[in-house]
Design a protein around this ligand. Structure first.
Ligand SMILES: Nc1ncnc2c1ncn2[C@@H]1O[C@H](COP(=O)(O)OP(=O)(O)OP(=O)(O)O)[C@@H](O)[C@H]1O
Ligand SMILES: [Mg+2]
Length: 264
């Protein structure tokens, strides 16, 4: 297959667990896909992969097997009904001790030949697994919650990403629960020293979808969906969105973004 122009490998990171990385990877992926991008989502959460559960799929091939050299990575691609191409992970306990973390970087980079945008969900923390994925991505998004400890953790992961010379696209703030004393966007941007590319409000249906291991929050509450469409628009930028709209004038999502959210 010819190499698509401008393939982008984007990792979704946080030093703290449970902040909203997987949710954001999937919903951002769906938003980019509806806008018209070719999106491949990879479950790079080596020790606790859960994208297969969230999407309600039972794949026989996965990221772990490919990293372990059992088959070529493209054999693990699962075309999901949401429009996403997905490489799920395996929860098999044996992989935890046998995976060669140094194979991850070249495998991820190879996916560029396959898709325009590759979104990689990652494990929490700043350990070797996270660094191994970080070495394989070109760009990174940091996820934080609007509270002090999560922002401190945002700074920690930024430090690692900078050390590895990764380009940071910005921060998505996720209200994954009710925060009685939320820290506002401006303050978060100042503290982390990066731009805020999205603010995802709290939504109880999203919480429920994960608790029930539902095929991913398919209901897409409007405020949440709008917030992820906005992040998608910011990541692509106005020039690319205008170009896409010229080529695909009827795309309802692009038209919605232009009319309701703006293209800036
Ligand atoms: N906007 C939201 N409103 C309410 N709950 C949310 C929202 N976004 C995420 N959550 C919930 O927060 C929890 C953690 O989300 P998620 O699993 O995406 O985090 P994570 O960073 O991937 O976690 P881990 O580090 O364990 O992989 C889930 O229960 C999820 O449903
Ligand atoms: Mg996760």
């Amino acid at each position: 297959m010819a190499k698509p122009i401008d393939s982008r490998v984007i990792g979704i990171f946080s030093a703290k667990g449970g902040v909203g990385k997987t949710t954001s990877t999937l919903l951002l992926g769906m938003a980019l896909s509806k806008i018209g991008k070719d999106v491949l989502v990879v479950d790079g959460n080596i020790s606790s992969p859960n994208i297969a559960n969230w999407l309600g799929i039972s794949p026989d091939k996965h990221f772990h097997g490919a990293v372990n050299n059992e088959y070529p990575i493209l054999e693990a691609v699962f075309p999901h009904e949401t429009g996403l191409l997905v490489i799920p992970g395996s929860s098999g306990i044996n992989y935890l001790t046998t995976l060669d973390l140094f194979s991850i970087e070249p495998i991820i980079q190879r996916l560029k030949d396959y898709s325009e945008i590759i979104l990689i969900d990652t494990p929490p923390g700043r350990g070797e697994e996270v660094a191994a994925i970080a070495r394989g991505v070109d760009e990174a998004i940091i996820i934080v919650n609007p509270e002090e400890i999560s922002i401190d953790n945002g700074l920690m992961i930024k430090e690692l990403l900078k050390k590895l010379n990764r380009k940071i696209l910005g921060v998505i703030v996720v209200e994954n629960k009710k925060y009685p004393r939320k820290i506002d966007k401006k303050k978060i941007a100042e503290k982390i020293g990066e731009r805020i590319i999205g603010y995802i409000p709290f939504n109880k249906d999203i919480l429920k979808a994960a608790m029930n291991a539902n095929p991913v929050m398919l209901s897409k509450p409007k405020k949440i969906w709008n917030a992820y469409l906005e992040v998608a628009a910011r990541i692509l930028g106005p020039t690319e969105l205008e170009r896409m709209l010229r080529e695909d004038k009827k795309n309802p999502y692009l038209r919605y973004i232009k009319k309701n959210l703006g293209l800036k």
